[in-house]
Write a protein that binds this ligand. Structure first.
Ligand code: AHG
Ligand code: MN
Ligand code: MN
Length: 335
Protein backbone atom coordinates (compact mmCIF):
# COMPACT_ATOMS: atom_id res chain seq x y z
CA UNK A 1 0.00 0.00 0.00
CA UNK A 2 1.43 3.36 -0.91
CA UNK A 3 1.58 6.13 1.68
CA UNK A 4 0.97 9.68 0.50
CA UNK A 5 2.61 12.75 1.98
CA UNK A 6 -0.78 13.72 3.45
CA UNK A 7 -1.07 10.40 5.23
CA UNK A 8 2.51 10.57 6.51
CA UNK A 9 1.83 14.04 7.93
CA UNK A 10 -1.44 12.96 9.54
CA UNK A 11 0.43 10.11 11.21
CA UNK A 12 3.15 12.47 12.40
CA UNK A 13 0.42 14.64 13.91
CA UNK A 14 -1.91 12.00 15.34
CA UNK A 15 0.14 8.99 16.36
CA UNK A 16 3.52 10.52 17.00
CA UNK A 17 2.41 13.95 18.18
CA UNK A 18 5.39 15.44 16.38
CA UNK A 19 3.59 18.18 14.52
CA UNK A 20 0.57 20.32 15.32
CA UNK A 21 -2.21 20.63 12.68
CA UNK A 22 -1.01 24.11 11.60
CA UNK A 23 2.44 22.77 10.74
CA UNK A 24 0.86 19.89 8.85
CA UNK A 25 -1.15 22.38 6.79
CA UNK A 26 1.97 24.47 6.19
CA UNK A 27 3.90 21.46 4.86
CA UNK A 28 0.98 20.40 2.65
CA UNK A 29 0.91 23.89 1.17
CA UNK A 30 4.68 23.97 0.58
CA UNK A 31 4.40 20.59 -1.17
CA UNK A 32 1.56 21.90 -3.34
CA UNK A 33 3.69 24.90 -4.32
CA UNK A 34 6.57 22.56 -5.21
CA UNK A 35 4.19 20.63 -7.45
CA UNK A 36 3.37 23.83 -9.37
CA UNK A 37 7.06 24.75 -9.63
CA UNK A 38 7.80 21.24 -10.89
CA UNK A 39 5.12 21.74 -13.55
CA UNK A 40 6.70 25.01 -14.71
CA UNK A 41 10.21 23.50 -14.69
CA UNK A 42 8.95 20.59 -16.79
CA UNK A 43 7.47 22.84 -19.46
CA UNK A 44 10.75 24.71 -19.86
CA UNK A 45 10.94 26.54 -23.18
CA UNK A 46 7.35 25.48 -23.99
CA UNK A 47 6.13 27.48 -21.02
CA UNK A 48 8.36 30.46 -21.79
CA UNK A 49 9.98 30.15 -18.36
CA UNK A 50 13.66 29.92 -19.33
CA UNK A 51 16.18 32.75 -19.46
CA UNK A 52 16.98 35.81 -17.42
CA UNK A 53 14.43 38.14 -15.83
CA UNK A 54 16.80 41.08 -16.25
CA UNK A 55 16.81 41.97 -12.53
CA UNK A 56 19.16 41.40 -9.58
CA UNK A 57 18.45 40.11 -6.08
CA UNK A 58 19.78 41.52 -2.80
CA UNK A 59 22.95 39.42 -3.18
CA UNK A 60 23.71 41.04 -6.55
CA UNK A 61 22.92 37.87 -8.52
CA UNK A 62 21.06 38.09 -11.82
CA UNK A 63 17.60 36.61 -11.36
CA UNK A 64 16.28 34.02 -13.77
CA UNK A 65 12.62 33.99 -14.76
CA UNK A 66 12.15 30.76 -12.82
CA UNK A 67 13.72 32.24 -9.65
CA UNK A 68 10.94 34.83 -9.68
CA UNK A 69 8.15 32.47 -10.73
CA UNK A 70 9.07 29.99 -7.98
CA UNK A 71 9.21 32.79 -5.41
CA UNK A 72 5.74 34.01 -6.42
CA UNK A 73 4.27 30.51 -6.38
CA UNK A 74 5.54 29.94 -2.83
CA UNK A 75 4.22 33.27 -1.57
CA UNK A 76 0.81 32.98 -3.20
CA UNK A 77 0.36 29.42 -1.92
CA UNK A 78 1.36 30.27 1.65
CA UNK A 79 0.01 33.74 2.44
CA UNK A 80 -3.70 33.01 2.95
CA UNK A 81 -3.77 29.76 4.98
CA UNK A 82 -3.50 31.37 8.42
CA UNK A 83 -0.52 29.24 9.46
CA UNK A 84 2.23 31.81 8.83
CA UNK A 85 3.31 35.08 10.38
CA UNK A 86 5.89 35.92 7.70
CA UNK A 87 8.16 34.55 5.00
CA UNK A 88 11.74 35.20 3.87
CA UNK A 89 13.38 34.27 0.60
CA UNK A 90 16.68 34.43 -1.24
CA UNK A 91 14.85 36.52 -3.84
CA UNK A 92 13.43 39.19 -1.47
CA UNK A 93 15.48 41.82 0.38
CA UNK A 94 13.37 41.92 3.52
CA UNK A 95 10.80 39.69 5.16
CA UNK A 96 7.32 39.29 3.62
CA UNK A 97 4.53 39.87 6.12
CA UNK A 98 1.28 38.00 5.70
CA UNK A 99 -1.15 40.67 4.40
CA UNK A 100 -3.63 42.08 6.94
CA UNK A 101 -6.62 40.60 5.13
CA UNK A 102 -5.52 37.10 6.14
CA UNK A 103 -5.21 35.61 9.63
CA UNK A 104 -1.73 35.48 11.11
CA UNK A 105 -0.22 32.22 12.30
CA UNK A 106 2.82 31.50 14.44
CA UNK A 107 5.21 30.00 11.91
CA UNK A 108 8.00 31.58 9.86
CA UNK A 109 8.84 30.10 6.48
CA UNK A 110 12.19 30.63 4.74
CA UNK A 111 13.06 29.43 1.26
CA UNK A 112 15.47 29.34 -1.60
CA UNK A 113 12.72 29.16 -4.24
CA UNK A 114 14.98 27.88 -6.99
CA UNK A 115 18.36 26.47 -6.11
CA UNK A 116 20.91 25.82 -8.83
CA UNK A 117 19.83 28.71 -11.05
CA UNK A 118 22.80 28.26 -13.40
CA UNK A 119 21.32 24.86 -14.35
CA UNK A 120 17.83 26.08 -15.27
CA UNK A 121 18.53 26.80 -18.92
CA UNK A 122 20.60 23.66 -19.50
CA UNK A 123 18.07 21.06 -18.33
CA UNK A 124 20.02 19.92 -15.26
CA UNK A 125 18.46 19.18 -11.83
CA UNK A 126 17.40 22.17 -9.73
CA UNK A 127 15.29 22.45 -6.59
CA UNK A 128 13.47 24.36 -3.86
CA UNK A 129 14.84 24.45 -0.28
CA UNK A 130 12.71 25.39 2.75
CA UNK A 131 13.05 25.85 6.48
CA UNK A 132 10.33 26.39 9.08
CA UNK A 133 10.79 28.20 12.39
CA UNK A 134 8.35 29.22 15.09
CA UNK A 135 7.90 32.87 15.94
CA UNK A 136 9.50 33.44 19.37
CA UNK A 137 6.95 33.44 22.19
CA UNK A 138 5.71 36.75 23.44
CA UNK A 139 6.94 38.85 20.51
CA UNK A 140 4.37 41.36 19.30
CA UNK A 141 3.89 41.52 15.54
CA UNK A 142 6.76 40.09 13.56
CA UNK A 143 10.13 41.47 12.51
CA UNK A 144 13.32 40.27 10.84
CA UNK A 145 14.79 39.71 14.30
CA UNK A 146 12.27 36.91 14.91
CA UNK A 147 13.87 34.96 12.06
CA UNK A 148 17.40 35.12 13.48
CA UNK A 149 17.31 31.78 15.28
CA UNK A 150 19.95 29.06 15.04
CA UNK A 151 19.14 26.08 12.80
CA UNK A 152 18.62 23.88 15.88
CA UNK A 153 15.31 25.68 16.35
CA UNK A 154 13.89 24.52 13.02
CA UNK A 155 10.61 22.61 13.35
CA UNK A 156 10.59 21.32 9.76
CA UNK A 157 13.00 21.47 6.84
CA UNK A 158 13.28 19.98 3.40
CA UNK A 159 13.78 20.39 -0.30
CA UNK A 160 12.17 19.34 -3.52
CA UNK A 161 14.50 18.32 -6.35
CA UNK A 162 13.28 18.72 -9.93
CA UNK A 163 15.31 16.08 -11.71
CA UNK A 164 14.47 12.98 -13.73
CA UNK A 165 11.91 12.54 -10.93
CA UNK A 166 10.48 15.22 -8.69
CA UNK A 167 11.34 14.17 -5.13
CA UNK A 168 10.36 15.90 -1.90
CA UNK A 169 12.67 15.24 1.05
CA UNK A 170 11.53 16.20 4.51
CA UNK A 171 12.33 16.14 8.21
CA UNK A 172 10.18 17.14 11.15
CA UNK A 173 12.81 15.86 13.58
CA UNK A 174 11.83 12.19 13.18
CA UNK A 175 14.42 11.10 10.60
CA UNK A 176 14.44 11.86 6.89
CA UNK A 177 11.77 10.69 4.45
CA UNK A 178 11.58 10.93 0.67
CA UNK A 179 8.43 11.23 -1.48
CA UNK A 180 8.31 10.88 -5.25
CA UNK A 181 5.77 12.90 -7.23
CA UNK A 182 3.30 10.62 -8.99
CA UNK A 183 2.21 12.88 -11.83
CA UNK A 184 -0.84 10.79 -12.77
CA UNK A 185 -2.18 10.85 -9.21
CA UNK A 186 -0.91 14.36 -8.60
CA UNK A 187 0.43 13.36 -5.19
CA UNK A 188 3.73 12.78 -3.41
CA UNK A 189 4.17 9.10 -2.50
CA UNK A 190 6.52 7.86 0.23
CA UNK A 191 9.41 6.07 -1.48
CA UNK A 192 12.15 6.03 1.17
CA UNK A 193 12.01 6.04 4.95
CA UNK A 194 14.74 6.38 7.59
CA UNK A 195 17.29 7.73 5.13
CA UNK A 196 20.83 7.08 6.43
CA UNK A 197 24.10 8.53 5.13
CA UNK A 198 26.99 6.05 5.36
CA UNK A 199 29.68 7.36 7.75
CA UNK A 200 32.47 6.77 5.23
CA UNK A 201 32.66 7.68 1.57
CA UNK A 202 34.91 7.75 -1.47
CA UNK A 203 33.12 10.63 -3.17
CA UNK A 204 33.61 14.36 -2.72
CA UNK A 205 31.80 17.37 -4.18
CA UNK A 206 33.55 20.72 -4.43
CA UNK A 207 34.04 23.31 -7.17
CA UNK A 208 37.66 22.47 -8.04
CA UNK A 209 38.07 25.63 -10.14
CA UNK A 210 38.38 27.55 -6.87
CA UNK A 211 41.29 25.44 -5.63
CA UNK A 212 43.85 28.24 -5.75
CA UNK A 213 41.64 30.36 -3.47
CA UNK A 214 41.04 27.72 -0.79
CA UNK A 215 42.26 27.81 2.78
CA UNK A 216 45.00 25.32 3.86
CA UNK A 217 42.70 22.77 5.63
CA UNK A 218 40.51 22.37 2.53
CA UNK A 219 43.58 22.11 0.27
CA UNK A 220 45.02 19.44 2.57
CA UNK A 221 41.84 17.36 2.62
CA UNK A 222 41.31 17.42 -1.16
CA UNK A 223 45.01 16.87 -1.84
CA UNK A 224 44.92 13.73 0.32
CA UNK A 225 41.82 12.48 -1.54
CA UNK A 226 43.50 13.11 -4.90
CA UNK A 227 46.53 11.02 -3.92
CA UNK A 228 44.18 8.03 -3.88
CA UNK A 229 45.39 4.54 -2.99
CA UNK A 230 49.02 5.64 -2.88
CA UNK A 231 48.31 8.54 -0.47
CA UNK A 232 47.56 8.78 3.26
CA UNK A 233 43.89 7.83 2.76
CA UNK A 234 44.79 4.53 1.10
CA UNK A 235 41.80 4.61 -1.26
CA UNK A 236 40.77 6.20 -4.54
CA UNK A 237 38.16 8.97 -4.47
CA UNK A 238 35.64 10.00 -7.09
CA UNK A 239 34.37 13.54 -7.67
CA UNK A 240 30.94 15.03 -8.51
CA UNK A 241 29.87 18.68 -8.75
CA UNK A 242 26.39 19.44 -10.06
CA UNK A 243 26.35 23.14 -9.04
CA UNK A 244 22.86 22.65 -7.57
CA UNK A 245 23.21 22.13 -3.84
CA UNK A 246 19.87 20.29 -3.79
CA UNK A 247 21.08 17.75 -6.35
CA UNK A 248 24.46 17.29 -4.64
CA UNK A 249 22.82 16.87 -1.22
CA UNK A 250 20.25 14.49 -2.71
CA UNK A 251 23.04 12.26 -3.98
CA UNK A 252 24.73 12.37 -0.57
CA UNK A 253 21.50 11.44 1.23
CA UNK A 254 21.07 8.60 -1.26
CA UNK A 255 24.56 7.07 -1.26
CA UNK A 256 26.90 9.13 0.93
CA UNK A 257 29.63 11.61 0.12
CA UNK A 258 30.93 14.96 1.27
CA UNK A 259 29.85 18.36 -0.06
CA UNK A 260 31.89 21.50 0.52
CA UNK A 261 31.41 25.13 -0.37
CA UNK A 262 34.08 26.52 1.95
CA UNK A 263 35.19 30.08 2.64
CA UNK A 264 37.76 31.13 0.06
CA UNK A 265 40.04 34.06 -0.70
CA UNK A 266 37.97 35.45 -3.60
CA UNK A 267 35.78 37.41 -1.19
CA UNK A 268 37.68 37.13 2.11
CA UNK A 269 35.18 39.25 4.03
CA UNK A 270 32.30 36.90 3.30
CA UNK A 271 32.12 33.71 5.38
CA UNK A 272 31.21 31.69 2.26
CA UNK A 273 28.92 31.66 -0.76
CA UNK A 274 25.92 29.71 0.49
CA UNK A 275 23.29 31.28 2.67
CA UNK A 276 22.87 30.13 6.27
CA UNK A 277 19.16 30.48 6.86
CA UNK A 278 17.56 28.97 3.75
CA UNK A 279 20.34 26.80 2.31
CA UNK A 280 22.78 25.58 4.98
CA UNK A 281 20.36 25.25 7.93
CA UNK A 282 17.68 23.12 6.26
CA UNK A 283 20.30 20.97 4.51
CA UNK A 284 22.34 20.74 7.72
CA UNK A 285 19.37 19.47 9.69
CA UNK A 286 18.40 16.92 7.02
CA UNK A 287 21.98 15.64 6.95
CA UNK A 288 22.17 15.40 10.77
CA UNK A 289 18.80 13.65 10.86
CA UNK A 290 20.20 11.10 8.39
CA UNK A 291 23.21 10.40 10.62
CA UNK A 292 25.63 12.70 8.81
CA UNK A 293 27.30 15.93 9.97
CA UNK A 294 27.30 19.56 8.84
CA UNK A 295 29.82 22.18 10.00
CA UNK A 296 31.29 25.50 8.95
CA UNK A 297 34.75 24.07 9.63
CA UNK A 298 34.63 25.00 13.29
CA UNK A 299 31.17 24.34 14.69
CA UNK A 300 27.93 22.62 13.72
CA UNK A 301 26.04 24.74 11.17
CA UNK A 302 22.91 24.31 13.30
CA UNK A 303 24.61 26.07 16.24
CA UNK A 304 25.57 29.19 14.30
CA UNK A 305 23.67 32.21 15.67
CA UNK A 306 22.53 34.21 12.62
CA UNK A 307 22.86 37.98 12.72
CA UNK A 308 21.36 38.73 9.30
CA UNK A 309 18.65 37.21 7.13
CA UNK A 310 20.91 36.75 4.10
CA UNK A 311 24.01 35.80 6.08
CA UNK A 312 26.47 33.50 4.33
CA UNK A 313 28.33 30.55 5.76
CA UNK A 314 31.07 28.09 4.89
CA UNK A 315 29.52 24.65 4.36
CA UNK A 316 30.99 21.17 4.88
CA UNK A 317 28.36 18.42 5.06
CA UNK A 318 27.70 14.75 4.44
CA UNK A 319 29.30 11.48 5.61
CA UNK A 320 30.15 11.89 9.28
CA UNK A 321 33.75 10.65 9.36
CA UNK A 322 34.77 12.81 6.38
CA UNK A 323 33.11 15.96 7.74
CA UNK A 324 34.80 15.36 11.11
CA UNK A 325 38.15 15.01 9.35
CA UNK A 326 37.82 18.31 7.46
CA UNK A 327 36.59 20.02 10.63
CA UNK A 328 39.57 18.62 12.56
CA UNK A 329 41.95 20.03 9.93
CA UNK A 330 40.34 23.46 10.41
CA UNK A 331 40.51 23.31 14.21
CA UNK A 332 44.16 22.20 14.13
CA UNK A 333 44.99 25.24 11.99
CA UNK A 334 43.65 27.69 14.58
CA UNK A 335 45.51 26.09 17.52
P1 AHG B 1 21.32 29.59 -6.15
O1 AHG B 1 21.07 29.10 -7.54
O2 AHG B 1 20.13 29.46 -5.24
O3 AHG B 1 21.92 30.97 -6.10
O4 AHG B 1 22.38 28.62 -5.45
C1 AHG B 1 23.45 28.11 -6.18
C2 AHG B 1 24.46 27.57 -5.23
C3 AHG B 1 24.36 26.09 -4.95
O5 AHG B 1 23.19 25.48 -5.35
C4 AHG B 1 25.52 25.48 -5.67
O6 AHG B 1 26.08 24.45 -4.92
C5 AHG B 1 26.48 26.60 -5.85
O7 AHG B 1 25.75 27.79 -5.78
C6 AHG B 1 27.22 26.53 -7.16
O8 AHG B 1 28.16 27.53 -7.18
P2 AHG B 1 29.34 27.61 -8.28
O9 AHG B 1 28.69 28.05 -9.55
O10 AHG B 1 30.27 28.64 -7.68
O11 AHG B 1 29.98 26.24 -8.37
MN1 MN C 1 20.62 28.14 -3.68
MN1 MN D 1 18.14 30.28 -5.48
Amino acid sequence: MSISLSRYLVEQQRAKGHIPPELRLLLEVVARACKSISQAVNKGALGGVLGSAGSENVQGEVQKKLDIIANEVLIEANEWGGHLAAMASEEMDGIYLVPNRYPQGEYLLLFDPLDGSSNIDVNVSIGTIFSVLKKPEGSEGVSEKDFLQPGRHQVAAGYCVYGPQTTLVLTVGDGVVMFTLDREQGSFVLTQESVQIPADTKEFAINMSNMRHWDAPVKRYIDECLQGKEGPRGKDFNMRWIASMVADVHRILSRGGIFMYPWDKREPNKPGKLRLMYEANPMGWLVEQAGGAATNGRQAILDVQPSQLHERVSVILGSKNEVERVTKYHLEQTK
